[in-house]
Design a protein around this ligand. Structure first.
Ligand code: HEC
Length: 199
């Protein structure tokens, strides 16, 4: 993070002899506007038409979606990619050599982006069906298998290592639904419905 008064190098695009060129220029930091200040300004716009509660609730919901995406899918996927690179399975100079790299990229840039933009623009269909639904489906059904596939191309040991890694990952609370309900849980659910509908 730069500080006020500090000199920084900034890339600017300027027109030179009718072509757009990039030039590095020296600038001095005048003030720093944090994201919190930027958000307050944005909320000020919303408050022209909506009340405080409505606006706060919107941002609460939006942040929750982005955090869910980050914590449940994006950060663990990133960690997996970094581990694969450290283990020499992925070559950082060949970013689209393996299927895992394509799927990872799309989780972030395609369906993940639709989910985040959908939430920011109040589009439920984009947030859910074109967004988080596909993020989850592709994470479990494409990304994790592609990780094992890439590791297996390196060696049998790598394959085992990543199979174990993924098994551990899926033990985390947020993924347990994948395993389905135990008999006890099924009974609890059944009796809940029985009580509720008095049957
Ligand atoms: C110029 C007035 C105006 C401003 C400024 C404004 N809105 Fe709205 N907003 C509306 C109106 C009018 C509706 C209802 C539209 C409708 O129902 O078709 C609405 C609807 C919404 C809804 C409900 C959408 C839905 O699908 O039910 C949300 C959430 C919302 N606005 C959030 C925001 C946020 C966040 C901001 C600031 C970033 C903002 N609005 C700025 C006028 C405004």
């Amino acid at each position: 993070m730069p500080e006020i008064g500090e000199e920084v190098q900034v890339t600017e695009k300027i027109v030179q002899e009718e072509t757009l060129v990039k030039k590095i220029v020296s600038k001095r930091v005048d003030k720093i506007v944090t994201w919190q200040e930027r958000r307050e300004k944005m909320k000020g716009v919303c408050k022209n038409c909506h009340n405080q509660t409505h606006v706060n609730n919107f941002y609460q919901q939006f942040d929750n979606l982005v955090n869910l995406y980050d914590e449940k899918f994006a950060k663990p996927a990133q960690a997996m990619m970094m581990a694969l690179t450290e283990d020499g399975v992925l070559n950082p100079k060949a970013p689209f050599e393996h299927e895992a790299q394509w799927v990872f990229w799309e989780l972030w840039h395609h369906e993940g982006r639709r989910a985040r933009h959908g939430a920011s623009m109040m589009g439920p269909d984009y947030t859910h069906w074109h967004g988080m639904y596909e993020v989850a489906k592709h994470y479990y059904m494409k990304f994790l298998p592609a990780v094992i596939k890439a590791a297996a191309q390196k060696s049998d040991e790598m394959k085992t290592k990543y199979e174990q890694k993924i098994e551990e990952l899926l033990e985390r609370e947020e993924h347990l639904w994948m395993k389905g309900l135990s008999e006890e849980e099924t009974e609890v659910l059944k009796s809940t419905y029985k009580n509720r509908y008095n049957e």
